[in-house]
Design a protein around this ligand. Structure first.
Ligand code: G6P
Length: 542
């Protein structure tokens, strides 16, 4: 029996005994004040969840009993909390601007971080000002970041999110090994004005290496072999492999094994973002994350946004048994946030054994999915409102857009966002549906036939994150908030959020199947299904 198990039982009992509808709970005019918290202008409203004072108090006890605070402090101190890889977890150090050294194996990691950040800033400035040019002397106009997973999703998401701040070269992202991705991306670009960044923590990921070699051939075909040094940069922990690829050491930017791929946006992996918005704005992104780190470390759990967001997630997953959560940013520039969070959350917490290798006691990471609003309303909101599955929704919305001249758009956006959470919560009863139809003058037989289709069960939970404006500082806070939310959930489940063994088997089998795809013998242990598919996909004579 774990320390938290009795509390989970109690939570289920409290829920069963005192369950009230969200409509009913929100009739209380003081509920918003009691069930929302803020870190400066960043507000977390969870008054449209089922939590009551008792359940919230119990959840806070769960966090205490699970030792969340101790594990958090161990992470910040550089302890090797990634037990299956025997690594420290120090992405938080990447945005810690304090002068205090942080020693790991006798080395001050903060000094190394400062040096790398200065090198990155110099390089980004030289490219942005045209001081460093392509091989023919023309300025760089386009950057292609080649990477996948954590070496793609963070920079791609942040670059799109910060579009109003772009004043550098255009950034493009190639991740998929599908030739369509690199081919379509390179087609409109001029090799003479393009910089390719090969971003890979390990520098061995097959997709990235395959795309990098194709990009290399694209550059050398147009500009010759000598042009590689002027048109490539690399970001990796494996400097020797960068050199083998032919990228010069001045353009090789390192990071460390204590930065997990999906937590690496703050490291040199963020180079493409820095090229787009400039080093000063990139530092604002880091400052936002640092502010959230400080809040996470110092705010009491009852006021702590990452802890509360995690507890809401745990409540929905383990007490209410909801198996997914939807993230719906009412912010078009956060269109890639759901994909980013899918890796952050599902690769971190999609685990079935505890840190000690034992089966977990309860369901862990939910399925995370979503699309930006308002588009999502015209696609999957039907299911959210009337389907048989309850999916808690996380809304994100800014008070201000970046286009004051188009305020009418933003007003509609805000109204839509608030309307959706209200509708999910409130629902519409059969009587209300019938009354509406009667008011339209429909005959009673039609009212009876149509009203059931127009009933909304309601009572569907959501949280809303509301902030002033999606600037670099706020984006930094939001991402760090989600990182720490994942951390707290993992701590409560006692799983390791920092490894990803679940991606290995597929990689091994892909290596085993490649020769068969290329016409060689099919591995003896391949299943009948896979043999049949291989035969069906075999090339046909023209
Ligand atoms: O940065 P890389 O070493 O190329 O790794 C890229 C990605 O691939 C792996 O399969 C992992 O699942 C991800 O966590 C990682 O971000």
């Amino acid at each position: 029996m774990t320390a938290t198990q009795p509390l989970w039982h109690l939570l289920s009992t409290v829920r069963a005994a005192s369950r009230r509808s969200l409509r009913d709970l929100n009739a209380d005019p003081h509920r918003f004040a009691a069930f929302s918290r803020a870190q400066d202008d960043l507000l977390l409203d969870f008054s449209k969840t089922e939590l009551c004072a008792d359940s919230l108090a119990l959840l806070l006890r769960v966090a205490e009993a699970a030792g969340v605070g101790t594990l958090r402090d161990a992470m910040f101190a550089g302890d090797r909390i990634n037990v299956t890889e025997n690594r420290a977890v120090l992405h938080v150090a990447l945005r810690d601007r304090s002068a205090t050294p942080l020693m790991l194996d006798g080395v001050d990691v903060k000094a190394e971080i400062r040096t790398t950040l200065a090198q990155l800033s110099d390089f980004a400035t030289a490219i942005r000002t045209g001081h460093l040019t392509g091989a023919t002397g023309r300025a760089i106009t386009d950057v292609v970041n080649i990477g996948i997973g954590g070496s793609d999703l963070g920079p791609a998401m942040a670059t799109l999110a910060l579009a109003p701040y772009h004043d550098g070269p255009r950034c493009h992202f190639v991740s998929n090994v599908d030739s369509a991705h690199i081919s379509d991306t390179l087609k409109p670009l001029d090799p003479a004005t393009t910089l390719v960044i090969v971003a890979s923590k390990t520098f061995t990921t097959v997709e990235t290496m395959c795309n990098a070699h194709t990009a290399r051939a694209w550059i050398t075909r147009a500009l010759g072999e000598d042009a590689v040094s002027a048109h490539f940069a690399a970001v990796s922990t494996a400097r020797d492999k960068i050199r083998e690829f032919g990228i010069t050491p001045e353009r090789a930017f390192g990071f460390w094994d204590w930065v997990g791929g999906r937590y690496s946006l703050w490291s040199a992996i963020g180079l493409s973002v820095m090229l787009a918005i400039g080093p000063a704005r990139f530092r604002e992104l880091l400052a936002g994350a640092e502010a959230m780190d400080l809040h996470f470390r110092t705010a009491p759990f009852s006021e702590n946004l990452p802890v509360l967001l995690a507890l809401i997630g745990l409540w929905h997953r383990d007490v209410c048994d909801y198996s997914s959560r939807a993230v719906v940013p009412y912010d078009q520039r956060l269109a890639r946030l759901p994909a980013y969070l899918q890796q952050l959350d599902m690769e971190s917490n999609g685990k079935g054994v505890t840190r000690d290798g034992l089966p977990v006691a309860q369901p862990t990471g939910p399925i995370v999915w979503g699309e930006p609003g308002t588009n999502a309303q015209h696609a999957f909101f039907q299911l959210l409102h009337q389907g048989t599955e309850i999916v808690p929704v996380e809304f994100l919305i800014a008070a201000e857009g970046h286009e004051p001249e188009l305020k009418a758009h933003h007003d509609l956006l805000v109204a839509s966002c608030l309307a959706q959470s209200e509708a999910l919560m409130r629902g519409r009863t059969l009587e209300e549906a019938a009354a509406q139809l009667r008011a339209k003058g429909l005959p009673e037989a039609e009212v009876a036939a149509l009203a059931p289709h127009r009933v909304f069960p309601g009572d569907r939970p959501s949280v809303t994150l509301a902030y002033r404006r999606l600037d670099p500082y706020t984006l930094g806070r939001l991402i760090a908030l989600y990182e720490h939310r994942v951390f707290v959930e993992a701590a409560v489940w006692n799983i390791n959020a920092f490894d990803q063994w679940g991606v290995e088997l597929g990689k091994e089998l892909a290596t085993a199947f490649l020769p068969a795809v290329q016409g060689e013998a099919v591995p003896a242990d391949a299943s009948g299904s896979t043999r049949g598919l291989l035969a069906h996909l075999a090339p046909r004579p023209a």
